[in-house]
Design a protein around this ligand. Structure first.
Ligand code: SF4
Length: 214
């Protein structure tokens, strides 16, 4: 399915149906922190440019402190071109904002949509719609996908399921708008180092536009 058709389908998502699926699958966060930790590989969660700025606005450092170039597409030396940002990680490969001592997210109110909607995602058409969180798909109903999480199967209230459905739909629309903007703003580059083609253009790992550097 074309991205524009997926976006139209995302806008048409049946909220009651999504809430039904979430209610049937069930979920309650156990605060285990698995979705915030690297486990077998470095933690990888998509974060959009405006989400990065919202996190930064809470005096949480520079762009690099919040996000890193998504490694997919980069070569073995970590160089090349990529098309997304990922939440920054610490020396253990965990999300930089995971407070291991408290077992909690230190930026809870500003956490990205992918964290707000974990462990669910939306699949449309050939599978596209929201970016995939870490963890394999273990359950699905209609467009709703549930990824590995020990909180699955626990009772969820109708109000919470409906609230999560609204956020999931918002995320599906945001993901697709970002993907369309990345495609529209793409320009081939011929420079050394790392370039991130995001929805706003071409950037270096510090978030500065390529023009500002080169
Ligand atoms: S931003 Fe918060 S919720 Fe998201 S992965 Fe990091 S610690 Fe977990």
């Amino acid at each position: 399915m074309e991205l524009e058709a997926e976006l139209a389908a995302a806008r048409d998502l049946d909220m009651a149906g999504i809430a039904d699926a979430i209610e049937r699958i069930g979920f309650e966060c156990t605060r285990c922190g698995h979705c915030c930790k690297g486990m077998d590989e470095e933690h990888t969660a998509t974060v959009f440019p405006d989400e990065i700025r919202a996190i930064q606005a809470g005096e949480r450092g520079e762009w690099r402190d919040v996000a890193r170039p998504m490694p997919y597409g980069l070569d073995a030396d970590g160089e090349g071109e990529t098309f997304e940002w990922a939440l920054q990680t610490d020396d253990c490969g965990d999300c930089s904002f995971y407070d291991a001592d408290g077992g909690a997210c230190s930026i809870y109110a500003d956490r990205p949509l992918i964290c707000e909607t974990y462990p669910f995602s939306i699949a449309l058409g050939d599978g596209g719609a929201t970016s995939e969180p870490m963890g394999s798909v273990v359950d699905c109903e209609g467009p709703v996908r549930a990824h590995e999480c020990e909180g699955l199967g626990r009772a969820i209230s109708r109000d919470e399921a409906e609230e999560l459905a609204v956020t999931l739909k918002e995320r599906a629309i945001r993901d697709l708008k970002e993907a369309i903007a990345v495609r529209e703003n793409y320009e081939p580059v011929d420079v050394e180092g790392v370039v991130v083609h995001d929805s706003e253009g071409q950037k270096r790992p510090d978030g500065a536009t390529l023009d500002a550097h080169d």
